[in-house]
Design a protein around this ligand. Structure first.
Ligand code: CTP
Ligand code: CA
Length: 224
């Protein structure tokens, strides 16, 4: 392995990570979700804590078999984007590095119904509203001692949309992540990416395990 391993180069650094997908409930049996499994967030949390960081992972629902038995980091489960936003804000000040790898909903049902809606009412009454862009909000709150990192899950051209998100959300680094490749994106054990920082530095990471990608991102954080 080429990436830094066994090195305590993030000793004592506080790192806040989001992972997994959020769910936006419509009624007791239906929600708007996405295919995120949380593997990338778990890999980031493990890599950072293995390198000595004090890590908090705020995550959407993750299959129990994917969760580590005795993690060497803090796990905070949430369900909705609103809960993720509150948890991120709660842990923001103490954190020096913030990595938003979660697949957060873009819209949510405008109203939650506490009884099961008959299916014929769904297409008639389903109104959506926007969800707060958590990362953009963190970008407005960011202080000089903090490094803010986002992900951009893209199909087709990945660099230009990622550059746009880097600027628009006031990030230090963005991970441009193709999700239309066989071995990358949602649910896979491997991933590939282009890291881009706010000074224009880019690094292409070919398909590798999510854990290796996580280590490489930490390496990139150190040099950018
Ligand atoms: N993000 C967020 N809050 C949201 C939506 C996205 O914090 N409500 C974050 C994601 O965690 C990711 C980054 O913003 O780090 C980019 O997410 P992405 O879905 O690629 O971009 P969007 O800005 O949501 O735009 P679009 O979905 O239209 O591409
Ligand atoms: Ca989105």
């Amino acid at each position: 392995l080429i990436y830094t391993q066994g090195q305590q180069d993030f000793q004592g650094k506080r790192i806040l990570i989001s992972g997994g997908g959020t769910r936006e409930n419509l009624d007791p049996v239906r929600f708007l979700g996405n295919p995120s499994t949380g593997k990338m967030g778990l890999a980031l949390a493990q890599a950072a804590s293995d390198r000595g960081a004090i890590v908090t992972l705020i995550h959407g629902p993750i299959a129990p078999e994917l969760l580590p038995q005795s993690p060497n980091y803090n796990l905070i489960p949430i369900v909705t984007a609103e809960e993720m936003e509150a948890a991120m804000i709660n842990h923001l000040k103490e954190s020096e590095i913030i990595i938003m790898s979660a697949a957060v909903a873009d819209v949510k049902p405008a109203h939650y119904t506490n009884y099961k809606l008959p299916k014929k009412e769904l297409s008639l009454n389903l109104k959506l509203e926007s969800v707060v862009d958590i990362l953009a909000k963190l970008g407005t709150l960011k202080k000089d001692y903090q490094t803010l990192i986002g992900f951009a899950a893209q199909t087709g051209d990945i660099v230009n949309p990622a550059l746009d998100k880097l600027k628009r959300k006031n990030l230090d680094i963005i991970v441009a992540n193709p999700i239309d490749k066989a071995e990358a994106g949602f649910g896979t054990n491997t991933n590939q990416a282009i890291f881009i920082d706010n000074k224009g530095k880019q690094e292409t990471i070919d398909s590798c395990s999510k854990l290796e990608l996580a280590h490489r991102l930490l390496d990139f954080v150190k040099v950018s």
